[in-house]
Each structure stands twice: as structure tokens, then as C-alpha cells.
Write a protein that binds this ligand. Structure first.
Ligand code: IPM
Ligand code: MG
Length: 359
């Protein structure tokens, strides 16, 4: 198969982790006889420096016209003082909205080899951590009105959190469908004791539940969910939640699995053209030092093969290669533990490639 992939290296550690993921994709192409064409896209701080805009229109166009997009990370100290709608992160939000990818899928799964890297007690980890956060990605407070003005002689800032029924329904369906393919338990997370948008969220989820009688729906307030994720993560199968709650809970969930550096994500909308990115940031403090963990990005590339290109065997091959390298005791700094062998970003990529083979 021939696939055109838009590649956004981005800022900070972005270029080095994406480089490793591309090498892995090239090896997969060679083994399975595919052709992957790459188109470079500037987004984030590097695009601000080059074009004065975190995502110029023609860059968005390249993404929308591709078969899928692979992204490293954007942002950094350097651009912290630019105006809000010109920040690197704004490029990412415009990309998500422009591609229409409303459903962000973030797995929280403990790798057995990394159980020691989890900050949770062994007895909690041993009960198993394997759930998915389905995060609404192009609505809610991220996309409501943002403004700061003066009122009664002081500054006042406003961010609007709004959801329509149809926006909730389309992400709710993804939650139910995802649960249906797994252990059939869906937990809808909101703050319905305080927010109108959450009360609507909850009502829509319950209406949808009638269409999915095989899926067990439960409700949880977001503050309680934050607590339950560290107290008893084994209770979760699929969590569905709005944009900002999903942002916060997915960072928490990643940490209990050992390292945020391991977690990939997929974002999909109505078409098969998806956006694939690790959930961690650009980590400018370690950029260019060859110590970043490329696994989150490599696993994002695997998700691209699985969900957008319908190449499950190739995706399995990448995931198995990662597992085999961890079995051999190789670790990047963020997941290092006693008795293991510490390697850098490039070396980790090379090791994973060396384990790739056709079944
Ligand atoms: C994420 C990130 C982004 C978000 C930032 C960089 C805008 O934290 O993908 O989780 O908040 O969505
Ligand atoms: Mg985040």
C-alpha cells in the first residue's frame, strides 16, 4: 500500500523522537512492501519563527490532504510571551479543529516490564492497569470564547465552556463503541454537581446508553475520578470525558503506568485521516541531548497503522518489538530502574528496529 503521511516534527524533543518513529515506519515499509511518502509540515514554535504563524493555512492544507499526520510535540519557553492566539499550542488546537478530529484516544496500560516504574504500590499495580481515556478534542473550554478585559478597575478574564448535544453525542458514541470492543464498561466523567455543560453531558450519555444495552454505563464526578485513578485503576475499562477533564486525567493516568514518555494517542473524526501524537510535551529542557524516550511516538505510529491504514499486523509488529526491547532490559532515562541498561533516544529507536520482523 502507498500512504502519504504529513510529518510535524515540532519543537523541543519533537524532531528527535519523530526521527526514530520515521525510521521504524521505513523498516515496516521495507518488511511489508509498503510505500510511505512523507511531507514535512511546520507547526508550533518553529512555524512562528519561520512564518510568523503557528500553523499557516497551507500547512493545515497539507495535513488535511494527507492520509494521516504524525506529530512530535510543540511549544517551549521561548514562545511563552507571544499573544495567546499566536502561541505554538494554538497551532495544535487549530490543527485538531481543522482536521475535525473530535475523538482523542489515550490508552493507559501498564507494561509488565515497567511495573517498577509506577509510583503506585505494588498491590495496586498487580490488580492491573489497562484502560482508555476517550477525550473530546475540539469542543468545550478549549474552543469557547477567551477574553481578558477591564471591569471595575481590574482585569477580568473569561473562558467559555460550551457543548451542544450533537457534540456530546458523537463523542459519546465513540465511548460506547470503544467499550463494546473491550470489556464493555464505560465510565462517563463530568462535574454535573456544578456545571450545566456536565448535566447535559450526563443526560446525553444516558440517552445513548439505551442504544448500547450490552455496555454498562457508570457516571463519575471528575474530582472523584482523579482519586479513583490512583486508588483503584483496575476498575476502569473506558472513560469518556470532555476536553479539559480528559487533558488532566490523561496526564495522571499516564504517570501511574510508569512514564508519560510511553503513551501514544490517536485522534480521529469522520474520516480515516487521523492525527497521531505522543501525549507528552516538547520537554525543551532535554531537547537535543539524545535522552528523550521515543516510544510514545513510535507507538503513535503503530496506532496510525492500526486505525487509519488498516494494517493490524504491522502495528502488532511494532508493539511486539517495543515489548521485546523492554524484555531485554533496555530503558531510556525516564523509565530507568535498577539492573536495566540505560540507552538514549537514537539507540532506543535502533533497538526497536532490530526487533522488527515479519511473523
Ligand atoms: C495535550 C496537551 C495539549 C492539550 C496542549 C499542548 C495544548 O497538553 O495534548 O494533552 O492541552 O490538549
Ligand atoms: Mg495534556
Amino acid at each position: 500500500m502507498t500512504k502519504n503521511i504529513a510529518v510535524i516534527r515540532g519543537d523541543g524533543i519533537g524532531p528527535e523522537i519523530v526521527e526514530q518513529a520515521l525510521k521504524v515506519l521505513n523498516k515496516v515499509a521495507e518488511i511489508y512492501g509498503h510505500t510511505f511518502n512523507y511531507t514535512d509540515v511546520d507547526m508550533g514554535g518553529c512555524a512562528i519563527d519561520k512564518w510568523g504563524n503557528p500553523l499557516p493555512e497551507e500547512m493545515l492544507k497539507k495535513c488535511v490532504e494527507s492520509d494521516s499526520v504524525l506529530l512530535g510535540a510543540v511549544g517551549g519557553e521561548k514562545w511563552n510571551s507571544v499573544p495567546g492566539d499566536m502561541r505554538p499550542e494554538k497551532g495544535l488546537l487549530r490543527l485538531r479543529a481543522g482536521m475535525g478530529v473530535y475523538s482523542n484516544n489515550r490508552p493507559a496500560k501498564i507494561w509488565k516490564q515497567l511495573a517498577d516504574a509506577s509510583p503506585l504500590k505494588k498491590e495496586i499495580v498487580d490488580k492491573g492497569i489497562d484502560f482508555i481515556i476517550v477525550r473530546e478534542l475540539i469542543g468545550g473550554i478549549y474552543f469557547g470564547e477567551h477574553k481578558t478585559d477591564e471591569e471595575n478597575g481590574e482585569k477580568k478574564a473569561v473562558d467559555v465552556l460550551a457543548y451542544t448535544e450533537s457534540e456530546i453525542e458523537r463523542i459519546g458514541r465513540i465511548g460506547f463503541e470503544t467499550a463494546r470492543k473491550r470489556n464493555k464498561r464505560l465510565c462517563s466523567v463530568e462535574k454535573s454537581n456544578v456545571l450545566d455543560s456536565s448535566r447535559l453531558w450526563k443526560a446525553v450519555m444516558h440517552r445513548l446508553a439505551e442504544e448500547y444495552p450490552d455496555v454498562e454505563l457508570s457516571d463519575m464526578l471528575v474530582d472523584n475520578c482523579a482519586m479513583q485513578i490512583v486508588k483503584n485503576p483496575a476498575q476502569f475499562d473506558v472513560i469518556v470525558t470532555e476536553n479539559m477533564f480528559g487533558d488532566i486525567l490523561s496526564d495522571e493516568a499516564s504517570m501511574i503506568t510508569g512514564s508519560i514518555g510511553m503513551i501514544p494517542s490517536s485522534s480521529l473524526g469522520a474520516s480515516s485521516c487521523g492525527l497521531y501524537e505522543p501525549i507528552h510535551g516538547s520537554a525543551p529542557d532535554i531537547a537535543g541531548m539524545d535522552i528523550a524516550n521515543p516510544i510514545g511516538t513510535i507507538l503513535s505510529a503503530a496506532m496510525m497503522l492500526r486505525y487509519s491504514f488498516d494494517m493490524p499486523e504491522e502495528a502488532d509488529a511494532i508493539e511486539n518489538a517495543v515489548s521485546a526491547v523492554l524484555d531485554d532490559g533496555f530503558r531510556t532515562a525516564d523509565i530507568m530502574s535498577d539492573g536495566c541498561k540505560k540507552v538514549g533516544c537514537c539507540e532506543m529507536g535502533k533497538l526497536i528496529i532490530s526487533k522488527l520482523e515479519r511473523k
